[in-house]
Design a protein around this ligand. Structure first.
Ligand code: ADP
Ligand code: MG
Ligand code: MG
Length: 914
């Protein structure tokens, strides 16, 4: 049998047979729009009859340099005949003309990026007939002139200004304010003028043969896949160029046939807040594009309940059916033709982060989806954005009082944006390189998208909640206000005015996408309160539950932890620890003790300690430091009572604590030149000491455990401070869990040298204090040799913590600071590295080392605790890897904890029981 390129909407079973029944494959073949038209047809919803030419046909067409694959056109014609049969009309039949739309639609939604042509099938003859049949010449001529215009723009590449100019000239001439003020005769005249425009630009007549129209429109949709807009969009969104677009041919239904007709777009829930109520806009007596184009101001869709009660009741029912069917919030297009409702499109609706979370939680509570579904519905970025700043309410009130409010429009995409106002996309893109910009426009079109991406926020004076600006802004997470009608933009003087305030292009403005307000000037922002975001808290609790379930364990891996992957945090101070705990951290994975050495009153003591000529004077300095350190740890243990706290012993090379060598040298030279002698000898000797500490490769020099072996007094003091604090805290009734971490171990012999000394101190302190505390000694795994010899190292170390920054650095042999500055970017651009390995764990190399290390380590010590504390701890892909190799926890910055909790649960669900 010849290859099938075209399927009728009723042929979903055939499609499924063709692709093996997988929905994802159905979508690949038919495109998202097409697949859902088939699916809505299958479940009995009112979809106008039609058919889809597959994405495979598109790819074949493009690959052949613009030639339909064999048999495709014949199949398209046959499908048209079948459609004529079910509709009882004829394509090009002067007695009862069938009209269709020709719509693009790829697997991934690319709103407004490709093209659609409406009213195909009209010509000089059928238009007359349509006028008679409908008894509505205004409608018929309007449809015809729209076809010529749409066809001219999309298929024939005639600049849209040509048509717009003709329309404006006519409206001015006859004194019509709106398009629909034009009379049938005037519209007929307009159609004639449009045809003349086509002739003038192309040298041939507007095609009268409907099949010619269909063929050319099909080709145009195929070609639009490679249009600049579409290509740019795919690049930004990471959508593969290989998908191709399908072509959907849909029987036309008309919302512009009088007061019992209308058309609209709606979300089954509020895409901004997630509230469960149909949200959208519609226009009585209008055609589809009118709503999105922002030409007339649409009504809220709920108004339809009064205007068209029966159609509305059915519409509301269908919204519920669709939600239950797709188990997700839907974004739909519909048209009512003389009281009869038609569904033209459905897809999973784009939504803000807040809405995504609320909808996911609500749908679990409604029994529509499971907790696991809910966790997968929300992206880590959504969680992140909810922790970002919003405008300070008090500051906004003051600004409003001072007359700085420019206006209020529709709150289309929430969040606070502050930037300089620019009035076109190219300028926005240009100026965004210098600082934050806000894009201000009357309304936006697809060719504005690059400016919208560059902008921090978007403000328009026209359009509603489903206008292009609103949809795109929500998708890219840009705060956005649309339809702020008080704002008048003057492109001549490049300024805008609102309520007497004038803002010149380049001035600062603030846009509050949550409330719909816009202000002149910069309004300060505040971070939202985590504990008040109840839906997020619920979702993250579910995430923790899921990650801790036995099903999340990796079977076949003896080392898989029993309580799932936990999220811990890196925190150096009690305040950080409290924040981390508040964000849901189940432990502290890294406390960097050396940070505490840098405080003003301590640094001189630290320097004295470092420069001490003998052990006795070193110990004397350390005795002074001990109370400070004890106090640091005391606060941490108290804040984290009941949970583990990993404290890393001193790690950096000592020169980091000393004055800058070059600066000191300059001072010495200057003093010598000026002949100053007072204090010169001290400075000279200090300089000599610092020079003694100099190393060519300090990051690979005397630091970490090496330093502890060369100068054991420092870590002895630190361990004493840790245990004194732990005992004190325990005696006050708290429950400390101290984990002492030795950095930069490369061989077991290092641990053999240092660890027993430290354990003796731990025991001694507990004896002195008459208090037992729970503790562990362990090591960081940062050196490939340590990872490889994990079985040996685990005989002494009770826990491992991957320091993935150093481990990546040493495994690749890249010095991190130099690499990121010099060549890493180029490596990623050239595809030599798929991504920056300092951001995302390199699974094949560094990751493989980690995997073996865990495996070997747990062979020696089955209950070995393993985690990571490098910057990768907050990165979702790295978290997934840690889940797969059986880590107990990942530790990240406190602010990243909520994101990491979600990512851990997602990894668990994705690899459930696999
Ligand atoms: P987009 O992907 O840009 O939304 P669509 O293919 O969905 O493009 O169509 C553009 C507009 O035309 C939409 O408002 C849609 O509802 C309307 N439309 C498309 N096909 C028909 C049809 N057969 N009858 C009535 N309106 C249609
Ligand atoms: Mg659409
Ligand atoms: Mg390190």
């Amino acid at each position: 049998m010849a290859k099938k390129w075209v399927y009728l909407f009723t042929e979903i079973e055939e499609v499924e047979k063709q692709v093996g029944g997988v929905w994802d494959a159905v979508r690949s073949l038919l495109g998202g729009k097409g697949a859902n038209l088939f699916e809505m047809t299958r479940i009995g919803l009112p979809v106008p009859p039609g058919f889809t030419v597959t994405t495979e046909a598109c790819n074949a067409y493009l690959a052949a340099g613009g030639k339909f694959p064999e048999g495709m056109w014949e199949q398209e014609v046959a499908a048209m005949k079948a459609t004529e049969k079910v509709t009882g009309k004829g394509f090009g039949d002067p007695n009862n003309p069938l009209l269709v739309s020709c719509r693009s639609g790829s697997k991934e939604s690319m709103p407004g990026m490709m093209d659609t042509v409406l009213n195909i099938g009209l010509n000089d003859i059928t238009v007359e007939r349509l006028a008679k049949l409908t008894d509505n010449p205004r409608f018929a001529w309007d449809a015809y002139r729209r076809l010529i215009e749409g066809f001219g723009k999309v298929v024939l590449d005639i600049p849209d200004t040509s048509f717009e100019h003709a329309l404006h000239t006519l409206k001015d001439k006859v004194g019509a304010k709106m398009d629909f003020d034009l009379t049938p005769d005037q519209l007929q005249g307009l159609a004639a003028e449009y045809k003349a425009i086509v002739k003038k630009h192309k040298g041939f007549e507007f095609p009268q043969d409907p099949y010619e129209q269909l063929r050319l429109a099909t080709e145009a949709v195929f070609r639009s896949w490679n249009g600049k807009r579409a290509v740019d969009y795919r690049k930004h969104e990471g959508i593969p160029d290989t998908l191709g677009t399908a072509v959907n041919i849909v029987t036309m239904v008309f919302g512009n046939m009088g007061s019992t007709s209308g058309t609209g777009v709606a979300f089954t829930r509020n895409p901004s807040t997630g509230e469960k109520a149909v949200y959208g806009e519609y226009l009585i007596n209008a055609q589809g594009e009118d709503v999105v184009a922002g030409i007339r101001t649409p009504e809220k869709v709920a108004r339809m309940a009064q205007d068209l009660p029966e159609a509305y009741a059915e519409f509301a029912k269908i919204c519920q059916i669709l939600e239950n069917h797709y188990k997700n919030m839907q974004d739909v297009e519909f048209t009512v033709e003389r009281g009869k409702l038609w569904m033209l499109q459905t897809r999973n609706g784009k939504r803000t982060a807040a809405a995504a979370i609320k909808i996911a939680v609500d749908m679990v509570n409604e029994g529509v989806i499971t907790k696991k579904d809910a966790v997968l519905r929300v992206s880590p970025n959504d969680v992140d954005s909810l922790l970002h700043p919003q405008f300070d309410a008090a500051a906004k009130k003051v600004a409003a009082k001072e007359g700085k409010r420019l206006g209020v429009g529709v709150n289309a995409s929430p969040g606070a944006a502050v930037g300089r106002a620019y009035f076109d996309a190219d300028t926005c893109e240009e100026k965004a390189k210098e600082g934050p910009v806000i894009m201000v426009r009357q309304f936006t079109k697809p060719d504005d998208v690059h400016g919208m991406i560059a902008a921090k926020g978007i403000l328009t004076s026209e359009g509603g909640a489903t206008s292009h600006a609103a949809v795109v802004a929500r998708q890219f997470g840009r705060p956005c206000v649309v339809g702020a009608a008080s704002i008048k933009i003057d492109m001549e003087s490049r300024s805008m005015t609102a309520d007497g305030v004038t803002v010149k292009e380049g001035e600062w403005i603030s846009v509050d996408g949550s409330t719909g307000e816009a202000f002149v000037g910069q309004i300060p922002t505040v971070a939202p309160k985590f504990e008040e975001q109840t839906d997020l808290l619920t979702l993250l609790d579910w995430a923790d539950e899921i990650a801790a379930e036995p099903g999340s364990r990796q079977p076949g891996k003896s080392h898989s932890p029993s309580r799932g992957l936990q999220i811990w945090a890196n925190a150096d101070y009690p305040a950080d620890a409290r924040r981390a705990r508040n964000f849901g951290a189940k432990g502290i994975g890294l406390t960097r003790t050396e940070h505490m050495f840098f405080e003003v009153e301590r640094l001189p003591i630290v320097q004295r300690m470092i420069l001490a000529k003998d052990s006795a004077s070193r110990t004397a300095a350390l005795d002074e430091l001990l109370p400070y350190q004890r106090k640091d740890f005391d606060g941490l243990f108290e804040a984290m009572t009941g949970l583990p706290v990993i404290i890393r012993l001193i790690d950096p090379p000592l020169h980091e604590f000393m004055p800058d060598e070059e600066k000191l040298l300059e001072e010495v030279i200057e003093m010598r030149l000026k002949g100053e002698t007072e204090g010169l000898a001290e400075k000279e000797s200090l300089l000599a000491d610092i020079r003694n500490l100099h190393e060519s490769n300090p990051m690979m020099g005397m630091r970490g455990v090496r330093l502890s072996i060369m100068m054991p007094e420092i870590v002895e003091m630190q361990v004493r401070a840790i245990f004194e604090a732990a005992c004190d805290v325990a005696q006050r009734g708290f429950d400390p869990h101290a984990e002492v971490m030795i950095p930069l171990t490369g061989t077991i012999n290092e641990l053999k040298w240092v660890q027993p000394r430290l354990e003796r101190i731990a025991a001694a302190v507990q004896a002195e204090k008459g208090q037992k505390v729970d503790y562990k000694f362990g090591t960081m795994i940062e050196i490939p040799r340590a990872a490889v010899t994990a079985a040996e190292i685990a005989t002494l170390a009770e826990f491992f913590s991957f320091g993935t920054n150093d481990l990546t650095q040493m495994t690749f042999g890249y010095s991190r600071d130099d690499a990121e500055r010099n060549f890493l970017l180029k490596y990623v651009e050239e595809g030599i590295l798929p991504f920056n390995p300092f951001q995302t764990i390199d699974r094949e190399g560094v990751g493989r080392l980690m995997e073996t290390c865990v495996e070997e380590g747990r062979k020696a010590r089955p209950d070995l605790e393993v985690g990571i504390c490098g910057e990768h701890g907050g990165d979702p892909s790295s978290i997934e890897w840690c889940h797969l190799i059986g880590n107990n926890y990942v530790s990240c910055s406190p602010f990243r904890v909520p994101v990491a909790r979600l990512a851990a649960a997602q990894a668990a669900v994705k690899h459930w029981g696999k």
